[in-house]
Design a protein around this ligand. Structure first.
Ligand code: HEM
Length: 495
């Protein structure tokens, strides 16, 4: 009772507009996020912004403030030594000991910075350019599969197909061992389904952290019964252990040639800056980092590729305009075009941007806590220590920024070159997407090669069910009953 009165009337956020019930209790969010509604709080937040005409700032639960203003985004997500930004542990609680070692789970600004710096070089633009042959090789692997499909029904589930490609790239690059999903009959289905199941734990983890953390840390036989997704993730983690330990013991030579390939674990072991304490090199932590890279690097990129391809097929003029541009640089199947050359193509760039905007790889609000300064938004002072967030989904679907927001219209990026300042798909600031360069490379090379050389038509795909984001679990998700975006490959285009 006393806590409730404090939260509503005396809390430092008491004056921020918003429903009193949301200020009083987390059950308000539970109602929209868990039961009876499911993963819907994002849309309730949108409605609250419309309802409270006091401005684009509302208090959405006892702890957090939500802002809807594209020009304020950089203030919240700022980077730099003078703008420390912690994560909000209430929001992020999920994954127990298994995942807490990852940079994504580092709440404290300095700890996060240390973890991120130790591998940042691995994901720099330069490193990713050097990685281009691997990306091309995996796209070619996907093209070979599509050629094979032409001998059968030609029907392909794009979410699974692209997930196989992105998964093989990230696993080969980060761990020195491809998951070989492109060789599997159902492409990346097994892992993508697991990732989808596991990420749905996040909203639950906010409300019941102990329960969800316990689930991750239970003995394997019990976990197997309660959550096959978590069991599979834990088992994969365990399989990484041996590999990590050998690398950390410098036993990475010998006849296992593959182990000599540089991985993120070599990067952390060698710690060129010499800043990592020993506990940061512990196997469990490194496996956590590995799991997050696999998760973060697979679903978001493959979903963006699948959604963009869907619209290229559906919007014939858009598809034809892109193919025309691609014909100019990819004249024959043997032509190799470098990433910078592809990035210089205006229409492909517009398609990539529009794909990132409508695919909603990461849809959720991402709270940040300014620890050293109060934030000022219009007449409101947000005291330091408050988790504040914006939601990329709400910004990317705001008609004031993107007119006719649910239309796939790459032209909008050509009409206004400054529009990219409102592309928030990779977040901003010190905790923005580490894999942005890799993802961009996969999007450019993947879309260019697949779209240049294959004709396809939609197959049993309904936009509302299979394409649009209607559930928010951190990642944007379609109707939970969706089987994904399917196409029928109808032909391979000759040189
Ligand atoms: C289209 C594809 C992708 C999208 C839209 C995307 C989006 C994002 C966003 C919005 C964040 C920031 C979350 C926050 O604000 O807290 C993030 C973080 C992250 N992403 Fe991505 N991502 C993509 C691909 C990738 C890839 C390919 C990797 C490969 C490793 C990756 C690895 C990460 C990691 C490690 C973080 C955590 C960074 C940190 O905490 O400092 N992402 N991603």
């Amino acid at each position: 009772m006393a806590v409730g009165i404090y939260r509503v009337y005396f809390h430092p956020l008491a004056k921020i507009p918003g429903p009193k019930l949301a200020a009083l209790t987390f059950w308000y969010e539970f109602y929209y996020e868990i039961y009876p509604h499911k993963f819907q709080y994002l849309w309730k937040i949108k409605q609250l912004h419309e309802q409270y005409d006091t401005g684009p700032i509302i208090r959405i639960n006892p702890l957090q403030v939500h802002i809807h203003d594209p020009d304020y985004f950089d203030k919240i997500y700022a980077s730099g030594a003078n703008h420390k930004r912690d994560r909000c542990s209430w929001f992020h609680h999920a994954g127990g000991k298994t995942l807490s070692g990852a940079m994504l789970e580092a709440m404290d600004h300095d700890l996060h910075r240390m973890r991120r710096n130790s591998v940042a070089h691995f994901f720099s633009k330069r490193s990713v350019h050097a990685l281009e042959p691997l990306v091309v090789q995996c796209v070619q692997g996907l093209m070979d599969r599509f050629r094979g499909e032409l001998k059968n029904s030609g029907i392909v589930n794009l979410n699974y197909a692209y997930a196989a490609m992105t998964m093989d790239i990230i696993s080969e690059y980060c761990f020195g061992e491809s998951m070989k999903s492109l060789e599997r009959e159902a492409y990346g289905k097994e892992w993508l389904d697991i990732l989808h199941d596991a990420v749905q734990m996040r909203p639950l983890g906010r409300q019941f952290p102990t329960l969800v953390n316990l689930l991750f840390d239970l003995p394997p036989d019990i976990v197997a019964k309660v959550s096959p997704a978590v069991e599979k993730m834990n088992a994969w983690n365990a399989s990484l252990f041996e590999r990590i330990e050998r690398i950390m013991r410098y036993e990475d030579g010998g006849d296992e040639k593959k182990l000599q390939q540089r991985t993120i674990f070599h990067e952390i072991r060698d710690d060129v800056g010499g800043k990592l304490p020993e506990e940061e090199k512990a196997t469990l932590r490194l496996a956590a980092e590995g799991s997050t890279f696999l998760g973060a690097g697979t679903e978001t990129t493959s979903r963006t590729l699948a959604v963009a391809t869907y619209y290229l097929v559906k919007e014939r003029e858009v598809g034809e305009r892109l193919r025309e541009e691609l014909r100019g640089v990819l004249k024959s199947k043997d032509d190799r075009v470098s990433l910078p050359q592809l990035e210089a193509l205006p229409y492909l760039t517009a398609v990539v941007n529009e794909g990132l905007r409508v695919a909603h790889g990461v849809s959720s609000r991402q709270p940040r806590i300014a620890t050293q300064e109060d934030l000022q938004y219009a007449q409101w002072t947000i005291p330091r220590g408050t988790p504040v967030a914006e939601s990329a989904y709400l910004l990317h679907t705001d008609p004031a920024i993107f007119p006719d927001p649910f239309a796939f219209r790459p032209e909008r990026w050509l009409e206004d070159h400054k529009l990219t300042r409102y592309l928030f798909a990779f977040g901003r600031g010190s905790r923005s997407c580490l894999g942005m360069n890799l993802a961009t490379s996969e999007l450019y090379v993947g879309l260019a090669m697949i779209w240049r050389w294959f004709e396809m038509e939609l197959y049993e795909t309904v936009e509302e069910r299979d394409v649009l984001t209607t559930y928010d679990v951190f990642l944007g998700m379609t109707d939970l009953k969706s089987e994904g975006i399917k196409v029928r490959i109808t032909g391979e285009i000759e040189d």
